[in-house]
Ligand binder design. Sequence first.
Ligand SMILES: C[S@@+](CC[C@H](N)C(=O)[O-])C[C@H]1O[C@@H](n2cnc3c(N)ncnc32)[C@H](O)[C@@H]1O
Length: 307
Amino acid sequence: MKTTPSEVLTTLRDYIRWAASRFAEAELCFGHGSPTALDEAAALVLHTVHQPYNLADTYLQSVLTLTERQAVIDMIDRRINERIPAAYLTHEAVFAGLSFYVDERVLVPRSPIAELIEQRFSPWVDEEQVVRILDLCTGSACIAIACAYAFADAYVDAVDLSDDALAVAKLNVAKHQLDDVVTLYQSDLFKELPDDVRYDVIVSNPPYVCLEEWEQLPAEFHAEPDMGFKGGISGLDIVLRILVDADRYLAEQGILIVEVGSSAETLQTAFPDVPFYWLNFERGGDGVFLLTAEQVSQYNELFLAAL
Ligand SMILES: C[S@@+](CC[C@H](N)C(=O)[O-])C[C@H]1O[C@@H](n2cnc3c(N)ncnc32)[C@H](O)[C@@H]1O
C-alpha cells in the first residue's frame, strides 16, 4: 500500500529536507532572501509551526503532530503551486536581523544594503554626525527602519510614490514603534520633501530593472509590484533623477548610496568619467554605488544633460 508523506516524515528536519527536494524538483526561483531550496524550506517549515527562523539545531529532531504535518505539507504545496515568494505566504521577511510585515503591496526586502546599515555605513560617515537620513523608494520601510535602529540619534525620512507601499511601511513603522523617528512621505522622489532639509545619508533601492530584463524575470518576481522594478527602457530613469536632485538635498559631508543591480554596467558606461565607488558585500550582492556629496555636485551638469 502507498504511504503518504505524513506517515513517513516525522521531525522538523525531515520536513525541511523533503520540502527542499520538492522545491528543487519544481525548479522554483529563490531570489527573495533565501538563497537556496534548503534555506527557503527551513524558513517556510519553521514559520508554519510558529518557530523562529534561527531555531537552535537541537530542536530539529522534534516530532511534529499530525495537524502540524498537514499544515506544513499544505504550505509546501502552496509555494509550489502559486509560485509566489515565500514571504508573501508567511507575511514576514527578515532584513538586517529585523522582522518586517510584507505582502503583495511591497517588494520582499532583500537588498544587500542591509549589510552596509549593520556596519553603520562605516567608514564613509562619522557616526556621531549622522542626524538625518533619507530612504528614497522605501517600499516596506525596511531600509528606513534598519537605519533608525543603527543610528539611534538620527531622524529618518522615507519616501514612496505608491499608496499601497506606504500602507505597509506604516504598519512596519508602528510594529517597530518608530513613529517619532521615521517620517513617511508620499512623494515622487524628492518632490514633496521640504526644500531646506539636508541629509547626511541618502540611501535608495529604487526601481532599476530594464524592460528587456523585466520581461524575462521568473514568475516569483512578477508576483511583486511592477513599480518596484521598472526603470524604463535602460533601467536608469529613476536612478538618473536621483543623481540629479540629490545635489540639493545632501549635507556638505553627506553620502549617496544607490542600488542599481544589473544596471551597474549601463550606468558606468553612460558616465565613464564618474568615479562611482562600487561597494563590496561579505554576504553577497553587488551593483550598489556610493558617491560623496562633493562628487554628486561636481558631476551634476553631466547627470542633468543625460536626463
Ligand atoms: C525596489 S523597491 C524597494 C523597496 C525597499 N526599499 C526595499 O529595499 O525592499 C522600489 C520602490 O520604489 C517605489 N517607487 C517607484 N517609483 C517611485 C518614485 N518615482 N518615487 C518614489 N518611490 C517610487 C516603488 O513603489 C517601490 O516601493
